[in-house]
Ligand binder design. Structure first.
Ligand SMILES: CC(C)(COP(=O)(O)OP(=O)(O)OC[C@H]1O[C@@H](n2cnc3c(N)ncnc32)[C@H](O)[C@@H]1OP(=O)(O)O)[C@@H](O)C(=O)NCCC(=O)NCCS
Length: 194
């Protein structure tokens, strides 16, 4: 893949990234409050945040935390948008450790946007950027074994499975096994977002 394809036009990390088709990524902004609140009304989304995102202050805090991560270089979280600038989801390279050159990737899409390749394109684009532009070496992610859609996204974005962590997560008193995937900057044979 051509690394330039994921660089921002101005070469700045604050500029937008194109993700193929009419999808594009930009850092979260305070104006996204309603979109964040709306996305988190989906019951599938409650596991995507340590704290509930069900009030205006909670949504504002969620956005502010992501802006802090950008400012401190500890995480890079993007809103995923369509041509009309409707927020379709989120992709994040978090827990960035520059010493070891690694980061933890996560993603979600709004209920209405699912099943049309949005998470896959966003994950590929953010991953390409983190590996080829930011300069990380290894990106990791994990999904519950009972989340096959997330496994599919990871696999199609170039993340190889590395094993299962037993009883890694607990929700509502139930333990869940988590499959770990990783993508290295040295991995070959993977085509970037088109
Ligand atoms: C998981 C999630 C991010 C997927 O987003 P998406 O935009 O629908 O993903 P994509 O359309 O790019 O790809 C989903 C793939 O999973 C497949 N899929 C969906 N449900 C599936 C299932 N039950 N079993 C197997 N595959 C499934 C789809 O067919 C698609 O693959 P395809 O393009 O080959 O057909 C989205 O469902 C979501 O936000 N869920 C709630 C939050 C979450 O679970 N985040 C991930 C945490 S690890």
């Amino acid at each position: 893949m051509d690394p330039a394809a994921v660089l921002t036009e101005a070469g700045s990390v604050n500029e937008r990234l194109t993700a193929g088709g009419d999808l594009w990524l930009r850092p979260w902004a305070p104006d996204d409050l309603d979109a964040v609140l709306c996305a988190f009304t989906d019951p599938e989304m409650w596991r995507q945040s340590e704290e509930p995102v069900d009030t205006v202050p909670a949504a504002a805090a969620w956005i502010a935390a992501r802006q802090r991560h950008w400012a401190t270089g500890t995480g890079y979280s993007w809103a995923v948008l369509d041509a009309r600038s409707v927020v379709l989801g989120c992709v994040e390279v978090g827990a960035v450790n520059r010493r070891h050159g690694c980061g933890w990737v996560s993603y979600w899409t709004t209920k209405a946007a699912r099943g049309r390749g949005v998470a896959t394109a966003a994950c590929r684009t953010a991953s390409d950027w983190a590996l080829y532009d930011l300069g990380l070496h290894r990106l990791e992610l994990g999904h519950r074994l009972n989340n096959p859609a997330s496994c599919q996204v990871a696999t199609r974005a170039g993340y190889r499975p590395e094993g299962v962590q037993r009883d890694k997560l607990r929700y509502d008193g139930r333990w869940y096994d988590v499959e770990i995937h990783a993508r290295l900057v040295t991995d070959r044979g993977f085509a970037a977002a088109s």
